[in-house]
Design a binder for this molecule. Structure first.
Ligand code: CA
Length: 227
């Protein structure tokens, strides 16, 4: 069962980006563009985690957060609030909205994904499986170990993160830009050729004793992992 995450964000481009990256991490995602709509929807269905923007049309994120905390069903639902840079985020914190965590915009995608995972691990460990499996390959997110046919594969931190990213969405084709954003984050300047270098290293590490290559190069598109 995939953990359910609801994103309430009125900036459509950001909402699309969040959906894309959360789905790539293996979550079941619902996006809502307005605070008042989210208020109604969250009375019908409670996700495992909520990502909530503070400036929203209809009902603000702050007000919505307060309302959610007053209702039994959402009293303890993990909430990550997205706030604007600078004073405003401090103000939001000061308003004691009841959110569990605050992420300041613009944020790096890998950092937000790490916070989501950390919060789910704390609040809802039962919905998170730490082991990803794809064919002969097993990746344990908690112990940071990778095995192929019960042989341990040693990977550098970037190759590990790259494999984790591929394994959360087997068969999906990722462009170099998507891999850069999901694995390195858009704040860091890395050349797209760097992606090729790390994919090459990952491939080499996984293909012990000439086993089948599980990473597919899709000409003109990017890379994907065989499902
Ligand atoms: Ca907003």
């Amino acid at each position: 069962m995939q953990p359910k995450i609801t994103v309430v964000e009125d900036e459509e481009a950001l909402s699309v980006l969040l959906r894309y990256n959360l789905e790539a991490e293996g979550y079941d995602v619902e996006t809502i563009l307005r605070g008042d709509e989210a208020d109604i929807r969250l009375q019908e269905q409670v996700p495992d985690l909520l990502i909530l923007d503070w400036m929203l049309p209809g009902v603000s994120g702050i007000e919505l957060c307060r309302r959610l905390r007053q209702r039994g069903a959402t009293e303890r639902m993990p909430i990550i609030m997205l706030t604007a840079r600078g004073e405003e985020s401090e103000r939001v914190r000061g308003l004691s909205t009841g959110a569990d965590d605050y992420v300041v915009k613009p944020f790096s995608t890998p950092e937000l994904m790490a916070r989501v995972r950390a919060m789910l691990r704390r609040a809802k460990p039962e919905v998170l499986s730490s082991v990803l499996k794809c064919g002969e390959i097993e990746l344990d997110r908690d112990s940071h170990r990778v095995h192929r046919k019960s042989r341990e594969i040693r990977l550098g931190p970037t190759e590990f993160r790259l494999l984790e990213f591929f394994m959360a969405a087997p068969g999906r084709v990722f462009s170099r830009a998507q891999l850069l954003d999901g694995v390195w984050g858009h704040d860091i300047y890395v050349d797209e050729r760097t992606v090729d270098v790390h994919v090459g290293r990952l491939r080499k590490a996984l293909n012990i004793s000439n086993m089948k290559d599980v990473i597919r190069t899709v000409r003109g598109a990017g890379y994907s992992m065989e499902s």
